[in-house]
Design a protein around this ligand. Structure first.
Ligand SMILES: NC(=O)C1=CN([C@@H]2O[C@H](COP(=O)(O)OP(=O)(O)OC[C@H]3O[C@@H](n4cnc5c(N)ncnc54)[C@H](OP(=O)(O)O)[C@@H]3O)[C@@H](O)[C@H]2O)C=CC1
Ligand SMILES: CC(C)(CO)C(=O)C(=O)O
Length: 294
């Protein structure tokens, strides 16, 4: 059994805690001084107690963890790593899991030589019906891959620990998967936020030019980074997700409409920043980044 720290008691942190807590001791790190058990609500509305010890930084004991999953928003990863670094063992396996890009390189620089870094993408989905309870709404696969050399050696062990997640697998090419997910978010998240529409409404012809321009820029950046993705495949995937999640509001629509910080910097902002570095024009991603980041 692995002693796992899960940072962030949002929807994803609670879903991971529920499934992994059936096999491993879990400490779920929250910002809230609320030690009560968290709860998982299945699609059939049955409720289950999440088998995890809920802690805050103040109550986390000096024990060091060999596994940590950061289940926080992209812009919260670096502060969360700084806060928890002293609770991570010298051989800790560090797993990032969020939408968007940009953190892996910065986190890798802060690790010691024996700490391995992984990324976990997930199509699990949920939302918090209350501060203590997550409703499980999406059931797709979760995929883990190595992000540094040491992690390549320890990928089987990490996969084995995460295999309690539904439909979990490992991959030797996490970069391509992350790009595929990023392209879906580039197509859906900013437009759904600015126009205040559900994912399915973006299939209207009035959005098709904007979606194509955003994805065309993003595919050029991916290809220049050596990740081969064709625009037609990116469009196909994006429209498929719009259909599969047609009645949902994207996470960015929810954050933007409630005046909370969004993940735009790690989605359109990442395309814009990489475009500058690679000499690729990205006017459409850049202007949505500026608009939403105001
Ligand atoms: N929800 C979903 O269905 C899906 C989400 N994702 C992605 O997964 C990531 C997490 O999503 P989600 O769970 O919805 O996000 P949430 O914002 O709901 O959850 C993150 C939680 O972590 C808390 N947190 C942040 N920093 C710390 C810290 N240093 N210590 C302890 N707790 C911390 C936040 O508290 P506070 O809010 O007070 O800052 C918040 O409760 C995002 O990148 C999202 O885009 C991917 C697929 C599906
Ligand atoms: C896939 C999608 C667009 C589902 O809503 C998502 O990841 C998000 O909302 O952030």
């Amino acid at each position: 059994m692995a002693n796992i720290l899960i940072v962030g008691d949002g929807a994803i942190g609670m879903l991971y805690s529920y499934f992994l807590g059936q096999h491993h001791p879990i400490t779920l790190l929250s910002k809230k001084q609320d030690p009560t058990k968290r709860c998982y609500q299945a699609a059939d509305q049955n409720k289950h107690v999440i088998n995890a010890h809920v802690a805050t930084l103040a109550t986390l004991n000096t024990h060091q963890f060999d596994w940590v999953i950061f289940a926080v928003k992209a812009f919260q990863v670096l502060p969360a790593l700084t806060q928890t670094a002293r609770y991570l063992s010298p051989h800790c396996k560090i797993i990032l899991s969020h939408n968007g890009m940009g953190n892996v390189e910065q986190v890798a620089k802060q690790l010691s030589a024996q700490q391995s870094l992984f990324f976990l993408t997930t199509r699990l989905a949920g939302y918090k019906v209350s501060a203590q309870c997550v409703q499980h709404t999406g059931f797709g696969e979760s995929v883990v891959g190595a992000c540094n050399l040491l992690a390549e050696q320890t990928l089987p062990a990490t996969y084995s620990v995460l295999s309690g997640l539904p439909d979990c697998r490992s991959t030797n090419d996490i970069a391509k998967l992350r790009w595929q997910k990023l392209l879906v978010n580039v197509a859906i998240n900013p437009l759904s936020a600015v126009y205040n529409v559900k994912n399915g409404q973006l299939r209207a012809p009035s959005f098709s030019l904007a979606i194509m321009e955003l994805l065309n820029e993003a595919c050029q950046v991916a290809n220049a980074q050596g990740v081969q993705i064709h625009l037609k495949d990116a469009l196909f995937n994006a429209y498929k997700v719009m259909t599969d999640t047609q009645y949902n509001y994207s996470s960015m629509q929810q954050d933007y409409s409630q005046h909370r910080p969004t993940e735009i910097a790690s989605i359109c902002g990442y395309i814009s920043e990489q475009g500058k570095l690679l000499n690729i024009d990205t006017p459409h991603n850049s202007s949505l980044y500026t608009l939403i980041n105001k």
